[in-house]
Design a protein around this ligand. Structure first.
Ligand code: TNX
Length: 550
């Protein structure tokens, strides 16, 4: 008998008989990233996942149906097995998705695997979604006729409620398609917040109907500095913005993946794009130019001009209509006070409001507190809350403001003591525009400088056990930021965030006792394959993926 005939017969057997040729069936591994809180192996036979396995969902439940479709597509992408979705309550040997309000925790889930099937339960659709992420990551990557799912009970819930990832679309513009692919990455890592940085000195990136010049003028810079602010320019106009319709599309794409989009309009600094469009809103009246270089610039919004607050409120009102997020990020970082010191209107405001220097902070620094509180008041009146970078602590701001701590964690800890909610995003651990490789790689790695390798991120402890419980409670999560001064294309963005998002995911999700860096590196290997299979461009240098001493 020819070898071809033999292999054809064995192929036929494998298709016809569920028990044939199952020795080489690959096995799922539930020890994914982020590591679930509990994986209890169970006695008994495993479940055999095959193309004939139905995904069973309750009839008439649109959301669950969407989740089943997501699982179906992810399983197919991983294994080549195309499952069917069924609403038949008696479906056997199925993966069953069902809501169960006895499961505690708004993002928690349970997965039960035995020979009869896989039951996925959660009190919320979000919990079901995270269970699906775990299942998809547990699958081997390749093309198979079946997958062995070992019998087990998995019970999981996130450690932190805020699990964020940021993308700067102002310094460089990223397409809607890429923003979606980036959101897909957040979903893969069980993150639930996308912080979208859409305004800065170098470009205004969101359509505001009431102020069309923001995009007509503010979204385009006439040229861009080449390299590291080397005084060489490319002489090429650079621009781009998102229409409100596109932004809404992003919001709903993210929402389907249980991700909230928080827009950031950075103020009163980082505002040259707006000032170029509306120069009357600056202290000097301009003229200004959408900034072609990177850095921190003296021209900021005038805090003495009431018109500034009217315009900002109008802009925020349009944003609120697009973004249903509880939070709106109002920036607040890197606002030099030079113009305010010289501006008669800002000085008048200081006098009118009785603002004085205090605790080593100048009256102008306190004026930023006035600015922040006034903007916050408007947002609160619209039912929204603010997040600001830790500089906003320098004014006397309300306790209701949430602080994003980027200049280390100390500011965040102080804020948490003072009763603010806090998100940790320190440059030391969470700046993904910094290099993930040692110094000699920097030039190759398109980074701004700095060094944030994988184990450094992994070591971040956002809410140390030594803090009093009342303080710890205010630390709601962690986030990493991808600033894009030097990230000029999509592949670079992927290279910078992968695999670092994996380390961040365990900081955000996994409890301290379960975290172990060597073990994480082992579990990273299949995830690297998955990134590649999904078409991403992770940094895969052996230095990054190895265990390094530095
Ligand atoms: C600081 S983090 C900034 C950004 C820059 C970044 C570069 C923060 C609130 N402000 O404007 O892009 O450093 O790493």
């Amino acid at each position: 008998m020819s070898i071809y005939l033999l292999s054809f017969i064995s192929y036929l057997l494998s298709v016809i008989s569920p028990f044939a040729a199952e020795n080489d069936v690959p096995q799922a591994d539930y020890r994914v990233i982020p590591l679930p809180q509990q994986i209890a192996p169970a006695k008994g036979e495993p479940f055999m996942l095959r193309a004939t396995t139905p995904i069973a969902v309750p009839a008439g439940d649109e959301v669950m149906l969407r989740h089943a479709e997501f699982l179906r597509d992810a399983v197919e992408q991983s294994t080549g097995l195309r499952l069917n979705i069924s609403t038949d309550r008696r479906a056997r040997l199925a993966i069953r998705l069902q809501l169960n309000n006895k499961i505690q925790g708004s993002e928690a889930y349970k997965i039960l695997v035995n020979a009869k099937g896989i039951t996925v339960e959660a009190a919320t659709a979000a919990g079901i979604f995270y269970a699906i992420q775990t299942l998809r990551k547990a699958m081997p990557q390749g093309c198979f006729t079946a997958v062995t799912m070992p019998a087990a009970t998995i019970a999981d819930a996130p450690r932190f409620s805020y699990r964020g990832m940021h993308l700067d679309c102002a310094r460089h513009f990223f397409s809607i398609d890429f923003v979606k692919r980036y959101i897909d990455l957040l979903a893969l890592h069980n993150m639930n917040t996308f912080h979208w940085h859409i305004s800065d000195d170098q470009g205004w990136r969101i359509e505001i109907k009431r102020y069309p010049r923001l995009t007509e003028v503010g979204s385009i810079r006439s040229h861009t500095v080449v390299g590291r602010n080397a005084h060489i320019f490319d002489q090429t106009p650079y621009g781009g913005f998102y229409t409100q319709e596109q932004a809404r599309d992003i919001v709903s794409y993210a929402a389907e993946r249980h991700i909230t989009v928080i827009p950031e309009i950075d103020m009163p600094g980082h505002m040259l794009a707006l000032l170029t469009a509306y120069p009357e809103l600056g202290c000097t009246g301009g003229p200004y130019a959408v900034e072609p270089t990177w850095g921190v610039f003296d021209d900021i919004l005038c805090a003495g001009n009431d018109r500034v607050f009217t315009v900002i409120n109008d802009i925020l009102d349009e944003l609120i209509n697009i973004f249903p997020s509880k939070y709106i990020h109002i920036g607040g970082d890197e606002a030099p006070k030079k113009r305010w010191e010289q501006c008669p209107r800002c000085q008048q405001r200081i006098r009118d409001e009785g603002i004085t220097a205090k605790d080593g902070l100048s009256a102008e620094m306190k004026l930023q507190g006035y600015f922040t509180n006034r903007v916050e008041k408007h947002l609160l009146s619209r039912g929204r809350s603010i997040i600001g970078w830790d500089e906003i602590l320098e004014g006397d701001i309300n306790q209701s403001a949430t602080i994003m701590s980027w200049r280390g964690t100390e500011g965040g800890l102080r804020a948490a003591h003072a009763g603010h909610d806090v998100i940790m995003a320190p440059t030391s651990h969470c700046y993904f525009d910094y290099s993930q490789e040692p110094e000699d790689y920097w030039e190759r790695a398109f980074t701004i400088g700095g060094f944030v390798p994988l184990d450094k991120i992994y070591s971040l402890e956002p809410a140390p056990a030594t803090l009093p419980e009342a303080t710890r409670r205010h630390i709601i999560g962690a986030q990493a930021n991808l600033w894009s001064e030097y990230i000029t294309c999509e592949q670079m963005a992927e290279y910078q965030v992968l695999p670092r998002m994996a380390a961040l995911a365990e900081v955000q999700w996994t409890t301290l006792e379960r975290k172990q860096f060597d073990d994480f590196l082992q579990r990273l290997q299949p995830l690297m394959l998955r990134y590649q299979a999904l078409g991403y461009h992770p940094c895969s240098s052996p230095w990054v993926l190895g265990k390094n001493e530095h």
